[in-house]
Design a protein around this ligand. Sequence first.
Ligand SMILES: C[S@@+](CC[C@H](N)C(=O)[O-])C[C@H]1O[C@@H](n2cnc3c(N)ncnc32)[C@H](O)[C@@H]1O
Length: 238
Amino acid sequence: MDWFIKDFNHPAYFAIYADKAKDAAHEGPALAALLDLPSGSCVLDLPCGWGRLSPHLRQRGLKVIGGDLSPLNLAKHRVGHPVPLVRLDFRALPFREGVADGVFCAFTSWGYFATEAENLRQLEEYARVLRAGGILLLDLAGRDFLQTSLEEAGDGWLDFEEEGYQERVRWSPDGRRILTERLCQGEAFCHDIWIPDDAEVRAFLRQAGFSVAQAYGGLDGRRWDQTSDRWIYRAIKL
Ligand SMILES: C[S@@+](CC[C@H](N)C(=O)[O-])C[C@H]1O[C@@H](n2cnc3c(N)ncnc32)[C@H](O)[C@@H]1O
């Protein structure tokens, strides 16, 4: 089974990422501002997860439709933040061509697939459902920042007692992916995410039919920098 089917569709996910609920209060308004679409625009929140950022998109007058693979996330979203929701896989979006003004892809939600073809396919699907001139906001973890953090933390097991899990983070042997193993609620999980460099992100966006309009290095809209913790690309569908 692909790791992302299990890891995000288990109650342990909500325990491990409990702090992301609080983070939404500053991440949501900031990312919605960087998306920078006029009120009334139709935005696909892909993936929407349990909807923590959705209210902040709607506060800007955007019409939001959420999509995600995890039934558990969608169920929580439905209760907490009711908007139109669709269960979907990035590789085959159930939307018509050109229906959206924006696609909002927050919190390192690209690079999950094992092959480059599938990761490209996700961006191609985003491009397909956007109208010409539509905007993709792609919010990724900065590769160099991750590298430094990992060197500092080491690759042994760490105990997150309060949250109730243990974690070990390592690069894959080829140095292209981050493997995050976790033990929580009696289960073992392993996120396995491709962490591209800036040139790779831009090449994939170009190949999928986007032009990068802005690259930001943080939620405050500072300019992209090699060492930034977030690499946030605002790309225009050509
Ligand atoms: C790190 S979370 C981010 C969710 C949301 N953007 C946020 O900021 O809270 C990643 C999400 O991607 C979803 N996901 C993983 N693989 C997917 C796939 N192949 N197709 C659609 N959604 C997927 C997961 O279910 C999970 O909700």
